[in-house]
Design a protein around this ligand. Sequence first.
Ligand code: CTP
Length: 400
Amino acid sequence: MTLLNKTILLGVTGSIAAYKAAGLASALTQEGAMVNVIMTRSAGEFVRPLTFQALTQRPVVTDMFALDSQSRVQHITLGQTADLVVIAPASAHTIARLAWGLADDVLSCTVLSTTAPVLVAPAMESHMYANSATQENLGRLRSRGFVIIEPEYGRLASGAVGRGRLAGEGAIMAAIRQALGGVSDLTGRRVVVTAGGTQEPIDPVRYISNRSSGRMGYALAEAARDRGAEVVLISGPAAIAAPGGIKLVPVVTAMEMREAVMDEVPACDALIMAAAVADYRLETPASQKIKTMAPELTLKLVKNPDILGEVSGHARRPKVVVGFAAESQDLLKNAQTKLVARNLDLIVANDITASDSGFGAENNRVVLIGRDQEPSALPLMPKRQVADIIWDAVVGLLRL
Ligand code: CTP
């Protein structure tokens, strides 16, 4: 997707990450886009308009009441001529103002007056990001169709480590390309994605679960949505908010997940089981909280149904069924065995012993194994990018 001749409006707000927006403005300009920058007043505390002016060779707008060369109000013209609006970094304050539709500066007015896609890349201190006020505001924006480019986990300007660091330039550029008419090869398709780990109750307080964060499955759901699919996301409890614009079916146990999958798959084109389904559940969870007087406790576990196996053998099996294989040894051999045993079209194998990928991580390093095909090992990359490559493969299989 070329950015040549695209008009991109870059909103820069008051976050220490404002300096990183200069790199983004430069990269967009170098790719041929016409970049109009709007800075909020607090952004000007961190970086000067001259920086963006020099990089984009365009005037930078900071004043609500400035007129353009034809004496038109800029916040209207800029919004209407933009092919895309990207706000990077987006401070908690700007996110709140956009969520509530305020129009008290040139950036918020422009966002209200544009019909272009709006991308928001939050950057802030981790507690501010995690705060339910910010999360609710982001949820509002998502439900209105804004694309949120999730911040990264890492070292923040405060010295603390947490989530809140502006997404990398690569991730922002990828989201921009996607929003500017990236592929829509799943339009008209209905897909089901499972995500997260299931929880199997021991008693009303305790449960057995696993380390799945839901990130890979959520990235798959988001990518399918962006490619035009109607998406059903069946999710066990997860560490992150579900993407907007999809049907979310929350479940807790493996039995609930199975029921939800069986309800949804007969009418879908593809199923991707990214969930970490607990293999066992308690035969009889205690109805009252178990008292801990006894020196030992024995729990009797029984096997959960194999959801993928059931779907694959179903009379109305979706055309494409994809599984995941989380392995700590013999990655390819074990994954290949699961591919065949469950009659899958594709299996995504990941080595869960690697510290930089897999459970809870932002990135993943996987091997895609199709039937009668050489395994394709992908390098370490953001889960969203992995998701798009998996959908590329699924789209190919749907066309067969
Ligand atoms: N899966 C499933 N139903 C289960 C368990 C797993 O549908 N009861 C799915 C998972 O969503 C995943 C695939 O099966 O797509 C493989 O899961 P994994 O836990 O790696 O494999 P298992 O077959 O459970 O094998 P093991 O735990 O012995 O490695």
